[in-house]
Structures are given as structure tokens and as C-alpha cells.
Design a protein around this ligand. Structure first.
Ligand code: TXA
Ligand code: MG
Length: 337
């Protein structure tokens, strides 16, 4: 298996050297672990697609160290783009990705041949140090095999990729536990392509929402109108995604007559009384107090654990689509399809 390495000045330098040589390095970020390559090297970028089994039409996020670097890779050539980038500065570094017109310096492989590039300034000290040690930006999707659960711990990455990586930098368990929010600035406001670590409520403090996005805010109390059912112009928003190998359903979809609790792995989002919890063959509570930030932080790890448990079915709670809850429900909508 690829070695998991503790981050320090020399291991970060070694990682930067591997990346400069066109190798893949798994890196911690505040959202999930990323599978990084030199974004300016098409051969290195091709290795990401091969290792993940990712369709070539699904573009990658490019990670840079600072807002000055955003300018080097994206074309901020209108007032409204400039305003959007300025507004993003309030939330950067952090779990926010902007889809911007690309410059020619970004190879087509990164953007899947498209004219836009997704850019993010990540807020993890190890990733920041690594970016400072590299003379190029880092293309990095989540470090999981295509369509499976994103990794939030170094061991998750090691389990997925065997020998294919030069190195895995261990940055501990990821603070957010869910991927970044992907937005596309337009002349009439921003469109949310993927809900994530920055909530819609937080975005509204800094950006004007485009009319279609604003309409979906009005509809969001209607649970059946999930974001997964709306058309998403982001190719990565495949409807079946974030899936464990075992079937997973919401607790209200579970047919208790067909599948008894004794073969169910139960993930609850708040305290379950002991007599209720003990009915299941496996049970974990993501947050005793029902804190959704904690639920997001734990969710993918618990889904992986539940997948490895002795169960036939995984049963998970729902939560309100507010704040980080919108991103939690987006991932679970996709996982439970
Ligand atoms: O938190 C994150 O964003 C993590 C960490 C490692 O930074 N990265 C991540 O990358 O989640 P990935 O590749 O798993 O998801 C990127 C999403 C996909 O849905 C992809 O389709 C979308 O961003 N995307 C990338 N470039 C795009 C573009 N130019 N236009 C529209 N969507 C884009
Ligand atoms: Mg991903």
C-alpha cells in the first residue's frame, strides 16, 4: 500500500518533488482528501483520471495558494467576474470553488475540454504549505474511486488506491467532511452547481444569487424537490454518487417487515436510546447532540464503517436542508438512489 506520511518540512518537500516529476500525491484539505497532480502537466493529470476511473468529461478543481494566483489561471475579464472574485475573498481560503473562464495555460485535460476552470483556495495548513512549495497549481479531485465515497481520513485513501500513488500526506480527519461548494458566477448572480461546505445562507451574505438558484431557495422546504432532481450543469453531479457498496436508504424508506434490524447498520444523526440502538447489528451516532457540522464531519467515515460491518442494509437519518444540512442531504440523496 502507498505509505501514509506525517507532514513536516521534509515530507512536504518530497511531496512537491513527486508532483513536479508528474506523480500523484494524496493531500489533506479542510473538506475531503484530494488526489493531486501538477495542473499544468497533461500527463500527470491523465494519471488522476486513470487512477480514479473517472470519465474524461468530468473536469477537475484547480487548487491555488492565493487570490493573485486565481488571476494567473482564470480570465477575470468583466466587472461582474471581478466583483464575484472579490466577494469570494471573504470566504477564501475555504470550501468554496468558483467556475471561471479559463486561460490557455490550463490544459484541456483538466477542464474536460471546456472553456471554464474551477478554482479553489483551500484552507488546510498542510495543503497551504504544499502549494507554497510547488511552482504550479494542483489539480485535485476527491481521492476516491469514481462514484464512491469521498475520503476524510488518510487511511480511506490508502484503502482505495493501493500502490498507485507516490505518497499520502496525513493531515488528520478533515474538518468539514464534505466537499466544497461549487458556484458559477454569471452576469445575473451566482449559480450553485454543488452544495458543500459553504452554505447557501453564507453565500447570500456575500453574493447575489442568480434567479434560478434563488427560486430553488423558495422551494427548498419541499423535501421531494431535492437538488438532485434539478438539472445540474456540473458534470460531476451524477445522480448515483457517494455510494457505499451496500444498499443504503433513509430511515423512512426502510421496509422493516422485509429486512429486520438485526441485519441493519444504523447511522443516526442524534442520540438514540440504548434499547433502540441495540436492535441493530451495528449502530453509530454521528453527533449525540444532533449538531449538523459534526454530522457532516463524521458522515463519510461512518458510511465506510457501515459498509464494512456485518449488515445487509445501511439505514441513515434525514436532516433539514438548512445550512450544512443542504449538502448532507444532497450527498445522501445521491447515495440512496
Ligand atoms: O472539496 C472539494 O472540492 C474537493 C477537495 C479535494 O478540494 N474536491 C472535489 O473534487 O470534490 P471532485 O473532482 O470530486 O469534484 C469537483 C466537482 C465535480 O462535480 C466537477 O464536475 C465540478 O466540480 N467541476 C469541476 N470543474 C468544473 C467546471 N469547469 N465547470 C463545472 N463544474 C466543474
Ligand atoms: Mg468527488
Amino acid at each position: 500500500m502507498t505509505t501514509i506520511v506525517q507532514p513536516n518540512a521534509s515530507s512536504i518537500e518530497a511531496a512537491a518533488n513527486y508532483l513536479a516529476d508528474g506523480e500523484l500525491v494524496a493531500v489533506p484539505t479542510e473538506t475531503v482528501y484530494g488526489l493531486a497532480a501538477d495542473a499544468t502537466n497533461p500527463n500527470a493529470v491523465a494519471k488522476i483520471f486513470a487512477a480514479k476511473g473517472r470519465p474524461a468529461n468530468n473536469p477537475l478543481i484547480v487548487h491555488v495558494a492565493s487570490t493573485a494566483a486565481v488571476d494567473a489561471w482564470a480570465m477575470i475579464d468583466s466587472d461582474w467576474l471581478q466583483a464575484a472574485c472579490q466577494a469570494a475573498e471573504a470566504l477564501w481560503p475555504g470550501p468554496l470553488t468558483l467556475v471561471l473562464p479559463k486561460r490557455d495555460t490550463i490544459p484541456d485535460a483538466v477542464t474536460a475540454g471546456g472553456s471554464t476552470v474551477a478554482i479553489r483556495i483551500p484552507d488546510h495548513p498542510v495543503m497551504q504549505q504544499l502549494l507554497a512549495a510547488c511552482s504550479f497549481p494542483l489539480a485535485a479531485p476527491s481521492a476516491n474511486r469514481s462514484n464512491s465515497i469521498s475520503p476524510t481520513r488518510a487511511e480511506h485513501v490508502a484503502h482505495s488506491f493501493g500502490e498507485q500513488l507516490a505518497m499520502i500526506l496525513d493531515g488528520g480527519s478533515c474538518q468539514y467532511g464534505l466537499e466544497s461548494t461549487v458556484i458559477r458566477p454569471t452576469e445575473s448572480g451566482i449559480e450553485i452547481l454543488r452544495p458543500g461546505g459553504i452554505s447557501k445562507e453564507q453565500l447570500q451574505e456575500h453574493f447575489k444569487l442568480a434567479p434560478a438558484t434563488a427560486d430553488s431557495v423558495a422551494n427548498e422546504d419541499q423535501d421531494h424537490l431535492s437538488t438532485a432532481d434539478q438539472s445540474m450543469p456540473s458534470p460531476g453531479m451524477l445522480s448515483k454518487h457517494y455510494s457505499p457498496a451496500k444498499p443504503i436508504v433513509f430511515v423512512d424508506q426502510w421496509n422493516t417487515a422485509e429486512i429486520p434490524a438485526t441485519v441493519v447498520a444504523r447511522i443516526s444523526f442524534s442520540h438514540l436510546p440504548a434499547d433502540e440502538a441495540s436492535r441493530f447489528c451495528w449502530h453509530r451516532t454521528a453527533s449525540e447532540s444532533g449538531d449538523l457540522n459534526q454530522v457532516a464531519h463524521q458522515l463519510f467515515d461512518l458510511m465506510r464503517q457501515a459498509d464494512r460491518s456485518d449488515s445487509q442494509l445501511i439505514v441513515v437519518d434525514r436532516c433539514e436542508r438548512k445550512g450544512i444540512g443542504a449538502a448532507i442531504m444532497d450527498r445522501l440523496d445521491r447515495a440512496t438512489r
